[in-house]
Design a protein around this ligand. Structure first.
Ligand code: ADP
Ligand code: MG
Length: 868
């Protein structure tokens, strides 16, 4: 069976793109064949047909219209497929036989350039990791914005820092060499499951230095300050090579490589980011109820994207923080300017991605008008801020040039398509104007010729007519044949008339017939010329985007501070956290400012370890998270929810808070808990802030208490970090007496006849019981269950007593064992009384037979005897 030339061409192209779904351009459609067609029809819900059946072949076929392809491509890419776009690279009108076709780009999750299909408020990162000489190099880029960064991680034997960065950056696609992937398969797979992304295996690049210097046209990588960062350079080479191979015929908007020194920022590991819900909530992974949700009042998506980066990277330098605070204060003070700028920012489009589109060659007329409008608004913003330093160094002249180029040339209502004309304004290009003149004055022009020719020849009934075969012609009746001048060219003879054409008429006809396609052609050419000019000036657009994003975030901080009554934290070069009337920024918004009870905290050298006790639901976790969040807010330059705050810089915020998704990773809760704690203990320094929530809960009470105590002592003696440890083991409160800088706090509850009222106030001193059953009662557990749990509790406490009596009490150095036994006895008695009351309270007199009543009485009496 012979293959058609088309199928031969298809097969040859497909051979080089085995791992992709090939979108094969046929006229106005992209067609997929064979297995690609089967896959795509399944994934996209397309009809599967077949081709060439009559020739004895049965080729599965599925197609999608060219103009709506973007959403289909995105869908496939999101499902993890790679899509190769194959275009006709010749004009079918000018070729005989089969049109030449080539793959012009390949789309993967990390290389999507169709920004309309992406989330505007998130970057779409492609990332590469390379392990070299005991260092991990990471490179990441967003090809829609041109951001290209590298960093290096040292001392990371378990790769926890590496993955912390990954979770922080949240790339959609990770490039990694096979060996490295194999060694860390679980971690990579876990990442791609959690973040919904793809791992792509790549090969080692032979000479990344030369490759990079060639690409950026620089002499040495020292221009980017990375010549010594070998692992980062390798990662950068890998990623650039990959990105270029995906954009087969397009440019990338990459200007430079930026080196990030991760030690310039406070470390917030991924556990902490999850626990404190900085940018994603724990339930549905959206931003609702997160710190980002409170802070994000940004008017542009550039602002929101930048804000996420800021939240993930708290500063370490007081001076840098103060600069942000000063900028923020400026917008608190200058209300009118702030409001004007907010409005103007609302008119600014995503400049960063617009500039990226232009470089990628993916722009349309609407994009250029959006760019112009954005520049106009930006210039107005600059004018409002001319007394400030926000826009220092920006090249306003170039900006106005770009604005003017677009203003002169691009129609306000330009369409999405750049191939169908209607983009270029009249008056911009003479050739184009002439064609339009001809098109619009067509009829008049013909009448003019007709009148002139009548006059010249004296043929009264001379007429200009049109038909499909000859186009425009002059018709002369036989009677006037001899008046026809020499320059008429005869085309056709009819029985009663002759038809002629003239040079002039033919010229006109060519213009008319071709003018539409000519207009489209010229407009396309001009459009590309214009965006080419803008592309050359893109540097100023990048700079402008950067400044606007910063402004947007700072104003957003100011608005948040005003709306929620935040205060400027004071930073001192000391060892202190001192917050008056602090609030949890998220919870206060969720439950309402009036209902939220504020609390103080003070930690310094004299007291740097707080043991926080209180019943479940009292507010321990909220209080601790609030302190962590206030510290983060302060170090990103925001104001904080408090009356006042005096803080020092912390280098790390480390948390262990029981998380719901421990189960997902398949490890036991206790194992997860302990490995997180060991992580914390191994990386904390004196300057860190540690938050431990109920550590030791995952195991039995005695184990738990012992581990919790040992951890406390270790942190206290060896690390000396500021620490808050919430626990319902009230036994831990005894540590206060043993260590000077350990302080007990508890959350107040009020007991009212068998129930508790949460006061949410933190006070000095430890709690003496955990109120677990009381809280369970509040939660509406059936009385039978409550009662039974009291019985079980009592049983357990009896056993505990027994154990404590038999083990060598001296070894439990921490507890004054005898006292405790006494204490427990007292408690037990109280509980029994309580239970007695509970029982009596719960006798339903109306539903008890006399016999049952007698039995109950007997039971009650027995309990009485037990108590005495
Ligand atoms: P715990 O960790 O002690 O079990 P949580 O911190 O989880 O308690 O708090 C339980 C609930 O109490 C929270 O969901 C919140 O709605 C409320 N809460 C906590 N702290 C406060 C507060 N300071 N003011 C008002 N409500 C609070
Ligand atoms: Mg809690």
């Amino acid at each position: 069976m012979s293959e058609t030339p088309l199928m031969k061409q298809y097969r040859e192209i497909k051979e080089n793109h085995q791992d992709s779904i090939l979108f094969f351009r046929l006229g106005d459609f992209y067609e997929m064949f064979f297995q690609d067609a089967v896959t795509a029809s399944k994934e996209l819900g397309l009809t599967l047909t077949s081709r060439n059946k009559e020739k004895g072949m049965d080729v599965p076929l599925a197609g999608i219209p060219y103009h709506s392809s973007a959403s289909y491509i995105t869908k496939l890419v999101n499902k993890g497929y790679k899509v190769a776009i194959c275009e006709q690279v010749e004009d079918p009108r000018t070729v005989k036989g089969i049109v030449k076709r080539e793959v012009v780009k390949i789309v993967t999750p990390g290389t999507v350039i169709d920004v309309d299909s992406l989330d505007a408020t998130s970057n779409n990162y492609l990332l590469s990791v390379k392990h070299l000489d005991n260092k991990t190099g990471i490179a990441y880029l967003d090809i829609t914005t041109g951001e290209f960064k590298v960093l290096e991680i040292e001392d990371d034997s378990d790769y926890s820092k590496t993955f912390n960065e990954l979770y922080k950056i949240e790339p959609k696609e990770i490039l990694v060499e096979f060996n490295f992937y194999e060694a860390l398969k679980d971690k990579f797979d876990d990442y791609s499951k959690k973040i919904d992304s793809k791992v792509t295996l790549v090969n080692k690049l032979r000479d990344p230095e030369n490759f990079l210097t060639d690409y950026f046209n620089i002499v040495s990588l020292e221009s980017f300050g990375i010549s010594e960062a070998k692992a980062a350079v390798h990662a950068a080479g890998m990623i650039l090579d990959y990105a270029l191979s995906m954009q087969v015929d397009g440019d990338l908007p990459l200007e430079k490589i930026e080196y990030i020194n991760i030690t310039n920022f406070a470390e917030i590991n991924s556990t902490t980011r999850r626990n404190l819900e900085l940018t994603r909530n724990q339930r549905e992974k959206t931003s609702y109820g997160t710190l980002l949700w409170v802070l994000d009042k940004c008017k542009t998506s550039m602002g929101t994207r930048f804000l996420k980066k800021i939240i993930n990277n708290p500063l370490l330098e007081i001076e840098e923080i103060k600069k942000r605070q000063d900028d923020l204060q400026y917008f608190m003070d200058n209300i009118l300017i702030r409001e004007e700028i907010k409005e103007k920012l609302g008119e600014v489009y995503d400049l960063e991605r617009l500039a990226g589109k232009i470089v990628l060659g993916n722009e349309n007329g609407k994009d250029l008008t959006a760019l112009k409008k954005s520049i106009i608004s930006s210039l107005e913003i600059m004018d409002f801020l001319r007394e400030t330093a926000f826009f220092t160094g920006i090249d306003t002249k170039t900006l106005t040039q770009i604005r003017d180029i677009i203003e002169e040339s691009i129609k306000e209502d330009a369409p999405f398509s750049i191939r169908e004309g209607n983009i270029i304004k009249r008056g911009y290009n003479q050739e184009l104007d002439e064609i339009f003149k001809i098109m619009s004055s067509g009829k008049d022009y013909l009448l003019e010729i007709e009148a002139r020719e009548k006059e010249r020849t004296g043929i009264k009934n001379l007429k200009i007519k049109y038909n499909k075969v000859f186009g425009y012609f002059l018709e002369v009746s036989n009677s006037n044949k001899d008046l026809v001048p020499e320059d008429y060219i005869r085309k056709q003879t009819l029985s009663n008339a002759e038809r002629y054409i003239t040079e002039e008429l033919k010229e006109y006809e060519d213009k008319i017939i071709n003018s539409k396609s000519k207009v489209e052609e010229i407009e396309y050419y001009l459009f590309k010329e214009i965006s080419g000019k803008i592309k050359e000036k893109r540097e100023v657009l990048n700079k402008l985007s950067e400044i606007l994003a910063y402004l947007d975030v700072i104003i957003s901080f100011a608005v948040t501070a005003i709306e929620n009554n935040y205060v400027r934290p004071e930073f001192v070069d000391d060892y202190v956290i001192e917050i008056e009337e602090g609030r949890h920024p998220v919870v206060e918004k969720l439950i309402g400012r009036e209902d939220f009870v504020s609390n103080n905290v003070r930690m310094d050298r004299e007291g740097n370890f707080i043991i926080l006790t209180g019943p479940n639901m009292a507010g321990k976790s909220t209080y601790m998270k609030q302190i962590g969040l206030i510290q983060i807010l302060a170090q990103i330059g925001s104001y904080v929810p408090a009356q006042s705050a005096r803080l020092s810089i912390v280098d790390k915020i480390l948390t262990r808070i029981g998380a719901a998704d421990d189960i997902v990773s398949g490890q036991s809760t206790f194992m997860v808990e302990m490995s997180e704690v060991s992580n914390i203990i191994n990386s904390a320094t004196e300057r860190s802030l540690i938050i431990l929530d109920e550590v030791g809960r995952g195991t039995s009470t005695f184990d738990g208490i012992s581990i919790a105590t040992a951890i406390t002592e270790y942190i206290h003696d060896k690390i000396k970090a500021k620490t808050i440890f919430a626990t319902h083991y009230h036994e831990l409160t005894e540590l206060e007496e043993k260590f000077d800088s350990i302080l007990n706090y508890r959350i107040e509850v009020e007991e009212r006849s068998n129930s508790v009222v949460f006061l949410r106030k933190i006070v000095r001193g430890g709690a003496d019981k955990s109120y677990g059953i009381e809280v369970a009662r509040l939660a509406g557990l059936p009385k039978e269950v409550l009662l039974n749990s009291k019985k079980i509790l009592r049983g357990l406490e009896k056993r505990k007593e027994l154990i404590e009596k038999t083990v060598n009490v001296e070894q439990l150095s921490l507890f004054a064992a005898n006292d405790m036994v006494e204490e427990e006895k007292k408690n037990l008695k109280e509980d029994l009384y309580e239970e007695l009351l509970f029982d009596i309270e719960n006798i339903d007199i109306n539903n008890v037979t006399p016999m049952e009543a007698l039995g109950l009485l007997g039971e009650l009496k027995k309990k009485m005897e037990e108590i005495n």
